[in-house]
Design a protein around this ligand. Structure first.
Ligand code: NAD
Ligand code: GLY
Length: 369
């Protein structure tokens, strides 16, 4: 099966993303050059441990690497202060040293928590990402954003901390629940919509095969997504400018995620899908983007089994409530909303000073108020 490597260009903190099928079985060999001693600490969740844990353990063993596994409960609630306290305490008890590599083996929840723990352990130890969800392979494992959630909001306590390497084995997706796969697919579509119309067209043709399990399509899509993210992160690691484009759909989407309490009722990727559809619809309403482009985006997301209209949700908050949640966005500057809008497919841009009353009027049309 095809193997790909994408480099994230960050001068002396540059690192590789290895993409392919069966890479977990080679993880020991890939990790070995990064280790100062033949021992790692693997942080994972119960679902990943059951479905993929043995493969990683054998691969490390075969490379002569000792491993301590720490298994946490699955789910968004694990990105918490209490789990951070337990995890860092456990790693210190196990004798983690600053030059050791802690491995985040799981989806975005495990990656964000483990990355953050690594950023503060002994004032910063090293870590590697072995992402096992599509969302993590194309987005959360790349770029160094790490965080936990607090009652005030999601991802509000965190740090930028880049991994030493990323190993994205697409065969891990074979055990991923289909709904989680579809949610991750929304983040793949995002890269086409931000800046690569050709990739979006490719997804229109090949998305169904990718979702069904076509390995070549998965490797290609993960590589294209990582190429796009690596270029943006390399140019703007700390989100002073163009990295905000990666938030396409997120300001609308987060509002719905917050309304549903960041629960199973709406997965992050599902919120992003709905948010991207709304961002295109709003762009069309404002005369910035052709209505056909917005319709095409919605049709593709719907065909992939993702929400693309507020009516696709079981219940919806009112427009005022959605707008209130949108104002909690991290991109709000001096009380002004920043949205990622589009001139067309592959032509997204950062719109500062978005007019909240126009956004609310748009949302009222969408909720039918
Ligand atoms: P997740 O980590 O909760 O994983 C989804 C579910 O799939 C979990 O139940 C998990 O146990 C299970 N799972 C994972 N891999 C599996 C596998 N191979 N086989 C079987 N089950 C498996 O969710 P996610 O969608 O990967 O990540 C969502 C999180 O990522 C959110 O907290 C979000 O804020 C964060 N995120 C971070 C960034 C970033 O840049 N740091 C970007 C996007 C999202
Ligand atoms: N997922 C958004 C970012 O990494 O910036």
């Amino acid at each position: 099966m095809t193997r790909e490597t994408v480099r994230v260009p960050l001068s002396d903190r540059s690192y590789d993303i290895h993409i392919g099928g069966g890479l977990i079985d080679e993880a020991g060999a890939l990790l070995k050059p990064h280790l100062k001693r033949p021992h790692v600490f693997v942080v994972t969740d119960e679902n990943v441990f059951v479905t993929q844990g043995e493969r990683l353990r054998s691969s490390l063993e075969a490379a002569g690497i000792g491993a301590a596994f720490i298994t946490l409960p699955p789910g968004e609630a694990t990105k918490s202060f209490s789990q951070l306290e337990k995890l860092t305490g456990r790693l210190l008890d196990l004798g983690v040293e600053r030059d050791d590599v802690v491995i985040a083996f799981g989806g975005g929840v495990i990656g964000d928590l483990t990355g953050f723990a690594s950023s503060v352990l002994r004032r910063g130890c090293r870590f590697a990402q072995i992402p096992t969800t599509l969302l993590a392979q194309v987005d959360s494992a790349v770029g160094g954003k790490t965080a936990i959630n607090v009652p005030q909001g999601k991802n509000l306590i965190g740090a930028f901390h880049q991994p030493d390497l990323v190993i994205a084995d697409i065969t891990t997706l074979d055990t991923l629940p289909p709904r989680e796969l579809r949610a991750g697919y929304a983040e793949v579509v995002k890269y086409g919509l931000i800046s690569d119309a050709e990739f979006f067209h490719w997804l229109e043709d090949n998305g169904p095969a990718l979702l069904k399990g076509d390995s070549a399509a998965r490797v290609y899509a993960v590589k294209k997504s990582c190429d796009a993210k690596a270029a943006i992160v390399g140019a703007d690691e700390r989100e002073k400018g163009k990295r905000a484009l990666l938030n396409l759909g997120h300001t609308f989407g987060h509002a719905f995620e917050a309304y549903f309490g960041y629960s199973e009722k709406l997965l992050h990727g599902e919120g992003v899908a709905l948010g991207m559809a709304l961002a295109f619809d709003y762009s069309a309403r404002e005369g910035l983007c052709p209505a056909e482009a917005a319709a095409r985006v919605k049709a593709h997301l719907k065909a992939a089994g993702l929400p693309a209209e507020i009516g696709d949700l079981k219940t919806s908050p009112s427009a005022d409530v959605i707008a209130k949640y949108m104002m909690q966005d991290k991109k709000v500057e001096q009380g002004k909303l920043t949205l990622i809008l589009a001139k067309g497919i592959g032509e997204s841009f950062i719109a500062k000073d978005a007019d909240l009353s126009r956004v609310t009027a748009f949302l009222k049309e969408k909720t039918g108020e």
